[in-house]
Design a protein around this ligand. Structure first.
Ligand code: AMP
Ligand code: ZN
Length: 115
């Protein structure tokens, strides 16, 4: 937990969020400013600042997060038509919240543009 980190504060229950899933190491909640009909944020509970901070011993954690994303896509009803799972990394990657997070976005035909 990093005290001033927004997503750590959601994990700690200090800031409300619409949590759709959580277990010991992962949590998923609705994005406060959804870019599509379905927009979830999926994060490791442990504070990892960005993709750039990942270490070899976090391979399992990242694998479980991606498998969770596929299950949530099914639960949200977007798996059949398709969806996007993205991570912004660093300033030029468009990352605003410095706690590693995956965006699961779907429910409409998304633009082909990624940047
Ligand atoms: P990024 O630009 O990749 O860092 O994405 C940050 C995301 O966090 C944006 O899509 C925001 O809408 C979302 N966000 C910011 N504050 C909150 C919050 N309190 N609860 C849920 N999502 C949030
Ligand atoms: Zn954090």
């Amino acid at each position: 937990m990093t005290e001033k980190c927004l997503f750590c504060r959601i994990v700690a229950g200090e800031i409300p969020a619409e949590i759709v899933y959580q277990d010991k190491e992962l949590i998923a909640f609705k994005d406060i400013n959804p870019q599509a009909p379905k927009h979830l944020i999926i994060i490791p509970k442990k504070h990892i600042a960005s993709l750039a901070e990942l270490t070899e011993d976090q391979q399992g954690l990242m694998g479980r997060l991606i498998i969770l994303a596929t299950k949530l896509a099914q639960k949200e009803g977007v798996a059949e038509n398709g969806y996007r799972l993205t991570v912004n990394c660093g300033v030029e990657g468009g990352q605003v919240v410095p706690h590693l997070h995956f965006h699961l976005i779907g429910g409409r035909r998304l633009s082909g543009r990624l940047g």
